[in-house]
Design a protein around this ligand. Structure first.
Ligand code: GDP
Ligand code: MG
Length: 420
């Protein structure tokens, strides 16, 4: 059901279910996991395998210029992706990039590419609607060779639906320029349709990879699985927004989590239920209802519970949208921090724990000395505590169930728990 809801094409769903069944039936459950956790691990693993285990990079090793041909239906984001790719190749890979449009059906399309190229600061080979697409492509390539470009990206015209004329044209362009990379661009929001189009293009063109666009929308990423399975070609990039910088390398594990919707949230919930001291969390909930506040003593209790659950990192890694946090962020919230925070709170008087606003410089100095920390550590703690208070206010209304629901909401809304 999760796969269908995520818009994975039916034949692909069948195949995935079959594989999951084969790997799960009769499997011995390890002592540390519940059957549910074990199962989710298998599901995640099979999805990752189907999508290709690691990130596939662009092949630019050919004799320069390396030629990249973009193919796909109209409106999927080909032209935008040319601009994004050009920017990335220029800035991150230090390549000299030339772009050209052979979309002679819509004058605006050529202009659009020219504007993008200008914005990004890469070179644009001009073309016009009275020219033949193959002539344009050949001329651009010749120019690319002459002027020692590293990469030439060819943007093409799409139609609203797969039709024979378009397929013929792109096939001829492909034959004429013999690209190193033929990238099929597909809109993640089109779900089931994406699968059919992918198949049609794959049948006429030797695709080398896929760019999945508009992953920033509501799509849950099912198209990634379908396209990958039906074409057998790796997804190389994700388009994650309209802005020119919004292109990311594709990582199967992230999309697998997204397709599952909640990633490891299910197992996180099980952890919560097993390890969180129910009495204490109910007390906490009750306290909220009564005095609608959350003090440092409560914070202290919460940290204690987090420690019982394998630490902050262990928790964060189970949330799909947080599992790809950079190491920087992780280091900021590492478990040493819990220990330090505990030491600081332990050095406070009960009154100070309830009223952190009392903490002026002299008290802070005393606490720092008592806990073996610096005043700035205390300031950082107070800042984090303030943020925590805000989160807790939002969770005011209930106990564990609400807290879990809130976590789910946070995850669903993109998991902006730690804005960067
Ligand atoms: P083309 O017809 O395939 O060349 O498509 P365009 O590049 O002209 O893009 C069509 C529309 O999709 C434009 O409004 C783009 O801004 C938008 N678009 C392209 N890629 C993305 C993406 O990754 N995310 C979002 N939200 N919009 C995108
Ligand atoms: Mg276009």
């Amino acid at each position: 059901m999760a796969l269908l809801e995520a818009d994975v094409a039916l034949p692909v769903v069948r195949e995935v279910v079959k594989r999951i069944k084969e790997s799960s039936v009769g499997l011995e459950i390890s002592k540390n996991l519940t059957p549910g956790q074990e199962f989710i691990k298998i599901v995640q693993f099979e999805l990752e395998v189907l999508m290709g285990e690691s990130n596939a990079e662009l092949d630019l090793t050919s004799q320069p210029p390396a030629v990249i041909l973009m193919a796909g239906l109209q409106g999927v984001g080909k032209t935008t992706s040319v601009g994004k790719l050009g920017k990335m190749l220029k800035e991150r890979h230090k390549k000299k990039v030339l772009v050209v449009s052979v979309d002679v059906y819509r004058p605006a399309a050529i202009k659009q590419l020219e504007m993008l190229a200008t914005e990004v600061g890469i070179d644009f080979f001009s073309s016009s609607v009275d020219q033949n697409p193959i002539d344009i492509a050949n001329a651009a390539l010749a120019h690319g060779k002459l002027k020692f470009y590293d990469v030439v990206i060819v943007d093409t015209a799409g139609r609203l639906h797969v039709d024979a004329t378009m397929m013929d044209e792109i096939r001829h362009i492909h034959a004429a320029i013999n690209p190193t990379e033929t990238l099929f661009v597909v809109d993640a929001m089109t779900g089931q349709d994406a699968a059919n189009t992918a198949k049609a293009f794959n049948d006429v063109l030797p695709l080398t990879g896929v760019i999945l666009t508009k992953v920033d929308g509501d799509a849950r990423g099912g198209a990634a699985l379908s396209v990958r399975y039906l074409t057998g070609k790796p997804i190389k990039f994700l388009g994650v927004g309209e802005k020119i910088g919004a292109l990311e390398p594709f990582y199967p594990d992230r999309i697998a989590s997204r397709i599952l919707g909640m990633g490891d949230v299910l197992s996180l919930i099980e952890d919560l239920e097993r390890n969180v001291n129910k009495d204490k969390s109910e007390q906490l909930a009750k306290k909220f209802k009564e005095k609608k506040s959350f003090d440092l003593q409560d914070y202290h209790n919460q940290l204690q519970q987090m420690k019982n659950m394998g630490g902050i990192i262990g928790m964060l890694e189970k949330l799909p949208s947080l599992s790809n946090l950079s190491n920087d962020v992780k280091n900021q919230v590492n478990d040493k921090l819990i220990v330090q925070v505990e030491a600081i709170i332990n050095s406070m008087t009960p009154k100070e724990r309830i009223r952190p606003d009392l903490l002026k410089v002299s008290r802070k100095k005393r606490i720092a000395a008592g806990s073996g920390t610096q005043v700035q550590d205390i300031n950082r703690l107070l800042k984090q505590f303030n943020q925590m208070q805000k989160i807790m206010k939002k969770m005011q209304k209930g106990g564990m169930k609400n807290m879990i629901r809130n976590m789910k909401n946070m995850v669903d809304s993109g998991g902006k728990m730690f804005p960067r």
